[in-house]
Design a protein around this ligand. Structure first.
Ligand code: CA
Ligand code: CA
Ligand code: CA
Length: 294
């Protein structure tokens, strides 16, 4: 029964039989492996995580791991977290401070355990604002037609605005900003989305990634139960967000929605990238890498 199940089931339905035999795993991979075909250029990621929603903990771990799993770790030109520069009442000063530490841990531990990011500093955008803006400014200034910069807006846009303001105007034509949510675009304390676009950068908008990537936590049991510590570590980051007590809307969920923008870039971006990647896409990408680097 299981054999026919895996061979004839549509993508995504075969996961209950994953691991039942070598062949079934191979067939599953063929059905769901995303194609790695990144566009020209480099990627920069600006995440929050210190806003009330803790989903960047899982999103950051998945983003870093996917870049490494795709062999694109050298294309990551900048990563900063905790980009929400003005705290709202909804998160206390103490809880926000904890998030900075948790986000730094999600960045640094994922990067070290998955490997390949030794040259990169993962910045705390609020606590290291000057260094963060300079680092992103330098990445913008290094851009050319053949080496554009794709900035993933995984939080509010202020750091992106500050870095654009500090950089050379003639480089802005080589900058693209990927977004999936107006909740990020419209959350800036210093920049509106329109002000970001007025710098002359290209807006790359994809659908809301929460639809496929904020899922029931059981859909990540494959990671929780996986024998590889690198995979379990990823699961833990989403679990930390799930048990967070600042917001309630992550209860029972595993959310790496912002990582959907990285998956989109890895798989082609504006040249046919996955606009609605799924947990299956993430899973296949990460497990292929882990299995090849045991
Ligand atoms: Ca804010
Ligand atoms: Ca975010
Ligand atoms: Ca989310």
């Amino acid at each position: 029964m299981r054999w026919s199940g895996i061979i004839f089931a549509p993508v995504g339905k075969g996961k209950t039989v994953q691991g039942t035999s070598f062949l079934s795993v191979s067939v599953l991979k063929e059905l769901s492996a995303p194609t790695i075909k990144p566009p020209l250029g480099r990627i920069a990621i600006v995440a929050d995580g210190n806003s009330p929603d803790p989903d960047d903990l899982g999103g950051t771990a998945v983003s870093i791991a996917m870049l490494r799993a795709s062999g694109l770790e050298n294309r990551l030109a900048h990563y900063s977290h905790s980009c929400d520069l003005e705290r709202v009442e909804r998160i206390s000063e103490a809880a926000e401070k904890e998030r900075h530490a948790l986000m730094q841990s999600s960045c640094d531990v994922t990067a070290r355990r998955w490997g390949g990011f030794d040259e990169l500093t993962f910045y705390d955008a609020k606590w290291q604002q000057d260094e963060t803006v300079k680092d992103l400014r330098n990445a913008i200034n290094a851009s050319t037609a053949k080496d554009p910069l794709w900035i993933v807006e995984a939080g509010e846009p202020d750091i992106i605005g500050l870095a654009l303001d500090a950089s050379s105007k003639d480089k802005h034509q080589y900058v693209k900003v990927i977004t999936h949510h107006p909740a990020n675009d419209d959350a800036g304390d210093f920049y509106t989305w329109q002000q970001i676009l007025d710098f002359g950068v290209e807006e790359v908008r994809i659908p809301d990634q929460n639809i496929n990537l904020k899922v029931d936590i059981a859909e990540w049991d494959w990671a929780k139960n996986h024998p590889e510590p690198r995979i379990q570590w990823i699961w833990l980051q989403g679990k930390i967000a799930e048990v967070d007590d600042v917001v309630r809307f992550q209860k029972g969920k595993w959310d790496c929605s912002d990582a959907g923008m990285v998956l989109y870039w890895i798989t082609g971006a504006t040249n046919g990238g996955l606009k609605q990647g799924t947990v299956e896409s993430v899973k296949t990408l990460l497990l292929d890498f882990v299995n090849s680097t045991k």
